[in-house]
Design a protein around this ligand. Structure first.
Ligand code: AMP
Length: 415
């Protein structure tokens, strides 16, 4: 590719492919702007629904919605291509500079994003046992994108990669070592794209090189995880071999005595698969108070609902425990970072997460914390030793950045 074409075209499509959905964002990486963002849902059902927001010439976003039968992902990506062409976002897939795919599990094979080839696809397939709900769907996304745009370089960006720097004493479980060697049982950690993105953003905000910051990053969305970041590298994280471990989440239980699972099996006669579904989909905030959306929970708690109050107390207590643990792990903490839906928007949850942590040097300024605003915000009190940052995460932009970097690096090494 010549320099001039590189300059003209830096459109990168980011694809997050689920078992019955395709989420996508089209970026113009010359200005890091979003040209279109969409979601195709209920693939394989009678009425699949595509919604897309497209940037207009004047800079605003225009909404498009379509409902029709979409039999499979191949047809789904073709429909996305047509809608992007009709809305003027992208003439055809061949115009793309690159495609970036979110891949949930990279196991120990991937410490960084990679250009996708057959070998990479085989490795993602081999990792399917570790992420049976996600990796096969991610792979389908890669296969259909390669069919639709065979000439366009494609990059896999793994949710686990950022945490591949965990030392052995943090990633091993107290289990027979043979299980690690034979069955790859260890902590991998997830949300790595988000933890990596906010780490870079925090370092830039603190005007430090990324490899010189110590952070506790809290990704609090419907899924939630904490990471201890030392000198810019993840040294511990709350999610484990799967995303089930750690913090209390929307519908996942987080940390649990493993003996509960066997006890439940004996007491209820439920098969293992049902208990697994219970822990993943019926537990966490939903299990405690009946709903998993934090906005609803805060509203119910405000109205005096005891279960909602308990859910909030449990949720924030678990986070405080991790802050304490990761302070011990890191020694010096430069900043505590809140991100994702709850971390960015729920001021009351941030307040409760920081409550009683003055002895760790963490003191929130309640007025700053309650103020709304865009971009990165500092919400610590003047005398707080640890800075407290609210940083909007952008996993799609991070995937697009990584995709651009990999394609450029690959072009460099080709010379
Ligand atoms: P995410 O997975 O990052 O999209 O985050 C989803 C979670 O963020 C849900 O529990 C939402 O209820 C929560 N959330 C989003 N906006 C707010 C808000 N303004 N206040 C409280 N929680 C919010």
């Amino acid at each position: 590719m010549t320099q001039s074409t590189v300059k003209q075209n830096l459109k990168i499509l980011v694809i997050n492919c689920g078992s019955s959905s395709i989420k996508y964002q089209l970026f113009d990486m010359r200005e890091r702007s979003v040209l279109a963002a969409g979601l195709l849902e209920q693939i394989g059902e009678a009425r699949s629904r595509l919604t897309q927001r497209t940037r207009s010439r004047k800079g605003g976003m225009r909404a498009t919605a379509k409902t029709q039968t979409v039999g499979g992902h191949r047809q789904g990506l073709a429909l996305i291509g047509r809608v992007m062409a009709d809305t003027g976002a992208l003439g055809s897939f061949t115009e793309l500079y690159g495609i970036g795919h979110r891949v949930v599990h990279g196991g120990e094979a991937f410490r960084a994003p990679v250009i996708i080839d057959r070998g990479v696809m085989d490795a993602i397939r081999r990792m399917a046992a570790l992420a049976p709900l996600h990796n096969p769907a991610n792979l389908v996304g890669i296969e259909v994108a390669r069919e639709h745009a065979p000439q366009v370089p494609q990059v896999a960006v793994f949710d686990t990669a950022f945490h591949q720097t965990l030392p052995p004493h943090a990633f091993h479980y107290g289990l027979p070592r043979g299980l690690y060697r034979r069955h790859h049982v260890r902590r991998y950690g997830f949300h790595g794209t988000s933890h990596a993105y906010v780490t870079r953003q925090a370092a830039a905000h603190l005007q430090r090189p990324p490899d010189a910051v110590n952070l506790i990053t809290l990704h609090l969305g419907n899924g939630a995880s904490a990471a201890a970041v030392k000198n810019g590298r993840s040294v511990d994280t709350s999610m484990g071999m799967t995303p089930l471990e750690g913090l209390i989440m929307g519908t996942r239980c987080g940390d649990l005595d493993p003996a509960i699972i066997f006890y439940l099996g004996r007491e209820t006669g439920q098969p293992a698969g049902e208990i697994e579904a219970l822990l993943n989909r019926e537990s966490g905030l939903k299990g405690i108070c009946g709903v998993n959306d934090m906005r609803d929970i805060l509203q119910r708690a405000e109205g005096g609902d005891a279960a909602a109050r308990l859910a909030i107390d449990m949720y924030t207590y678990r986070i405080r425990k991790y802050i304490g643990a990761y302070t011990a792990v890191l020694g010096r903490v430069d900043a505590l970072v809140f991100t994702a839906g709850i971390g960015e928007h729920a001021a009351d949850i941030r307040r409760r997460c920081c409550r009683g942590l003055a002895h760790l040097g963490i003191v929130l300024d309640e007025d700053e914390n309650s103020r709304r605003g865009a971009g990165i915000r500092e919400v610590q009190a003047a005398h707080s030793k640890v800075r407290i940052l609210v940083i909007p995460t952008d996993e799609e932009l991070e995937i697009a950045e990584q995709t651009l970097k990999q394609i450029r690096d690959d072009a460099q090494t080709a010379f």
